[in-house]
Design a protein around this ligand. Structure first.
Ligand SMILES: C[S@@+](CC[C@H](N)C(=O)[O-])C[C@H]1O[C@@H](n2cnc3c(N)ncnc32)[C@H](O)[C@@H]1O
Length: 357
């Protein structure tokens, strides 16, 4: 049994032919009424997955300190557009802003903008961030121009990717078509893809992904930073330009088939940080491993401070959360952090010259 959205996608394919995986993903996540990110409350223990800010307040606090330090490095502009892409429950930004209350002039300078398509999540972000009077947008391009500080955690992985396989003919795109029984199925397009020129040389059998939406967004962010000054911090699971097919489906904290129950299943792909960094066109730092980044920002000291006024049970929770965020076998290595800025003269905090790989 598929979903109403699955039937709509099958009908579209029956009418106009196979669609790219990127088109499928855009529909499955973003369909105005039935898309996964339009209706579900996906983030959190009760949703399909949990995220770093939901694991511990330390994550948002340390990212807040990073943003405030960058504002100081920018020369304390009297107004700065602070943007979060995909703020989820608003937890990261609420923690970041609470932790930076003591930075003289920072909060007075902030004009907060949230880029979010999910109405239910907007309804949670409102109360969490009411004191900062945020403005919401469906797209980054609608955010007013000016000096910029931007943060995005687990946002780029939700943007649609195309998938390719190298055949004897060349790079060929994996498409979503129909089986004889009318159900959705994956199949390679017959000809060589016009995107082949954007893909590297690779042996037959290799797989690759291309996230046009992510690269276009990175390019738009880079262009803003160069025109108006500022910094962006992008955190996500991903790699540094490796080939492969990473698109995955998760429903109720479990793996699922990519084509299974569109609209009820989360789809995400590993972020190609090398491609993202190139697309920004500006000075970039990293990607560094999340574990290294948080350690350099002082997660151990922050955990110690929190534990000093905690109960024994709370101390155990703080230790477990730290481990989850930084341990190599948990989020510490898979998750990467990339900074994009307007100045390549010195690495920002967390991006020391020590190689992270
Ligand atoms: C995986 S969640 C991460 C939430 C939050 N950053 C966190 O770390 O908990 C992705 C967020 O991006 C939003 N989102 C997904 N696709 C989007 C799009 N195309 N435009 C705007 N927001 C989007 C989702 O609704 C959600 O708030």
């Amino acid at each position: 049994m598929t979903t109403e959205l699955g039937r709509l996608i099958a009908r579209r394919i029956a009418l106009t032919g196979p669609i790219s995986l990127a088109d499928f993903m855009a529909e499955a996540l973003g369909h105005p009424r039935l898309g996964y990110y339009r209706k579900a409350l996906p983030v959190g223990a009760a949703g399909d997955f949990t995220t770093a800010p939901e694991i511990s307040q330390m994550f948002g606090e340390l990212l807040g300190a990073w943003l405030a330090e960058r504002w100081l490095a920018m020369g304390r502009p009297s107004t700065v557009t602070l943007v979060e892409l995909g703020p989820g429950r608003g937890t990261l930004m609420a923690d970041a802003l609470r932790a930076t209350r003591g930075v003289p002039g920072f909060h007075a300078a902030i004009d907060l903008h949230l880029v979010e398509i999910n109405e239910q999540l907007r309804a949670l972000q409102g109360p969490a961030l009411a004191a900062y009077e945020p403005t919401w947008h469906a797209r980054f391009d609608d955010v007013p121009e000016g000096p910029l500080l931007l943060v995005a955690n687990e946002f780029f992985d939700a943007l649609p990717v195309r998938q390719f396989e190298k055949t004897a003919r060349g790079w060929t795109e994996r498409m979503v078509g129909l089986s004889d029984d009318g159900s959705l199925r994956l199949a390679l397009a017959p000809g060589v893809s016009p995107f082949a020129s954007a893909l590297p040389d690779a042996p037959v059998g290799a797989q690759a992904e291309l996230c046009e939406a992510g690269l276009a967004l990175a390019s738009a962010i880079g262009e803003r930073l160069q025109r108006f000054a500022g910094w962006a911090l992008i955190v996500d699971y991903g790699h540094d330009g490796a080939l492969g097919a990473s698109l995955q489906a998760v429903r109720g904290h479990r793996g699922a088939d990519i084509l299974d129950r569109p609209g009820e299943t989360d789809l995400s792909a590993h972020v190609d940080f090398a491609a993202l960094a190139r697309a920004t066109g500006g000075p970039t730092f990293g990607p560094v491993r999340q574990g290294d980044f948080l350690r350099r920002l002082g997660i151990a000291e922050r955990a110690k401070a929190l534990k000093a006024r905690a109960t024994e049970a709370q101390r155990a929770t703080i230790d477990a959360a730290s481990a989850r965020l930084i341990a190599p076998d948990q989020m510490g290595t898979l998750f990467r952090v990339l900074a994009v800025g307007d100045d390549r003269s010195a690495a920002p905090a967390g991006f020391s010259d020590t190689p992270s790989d």
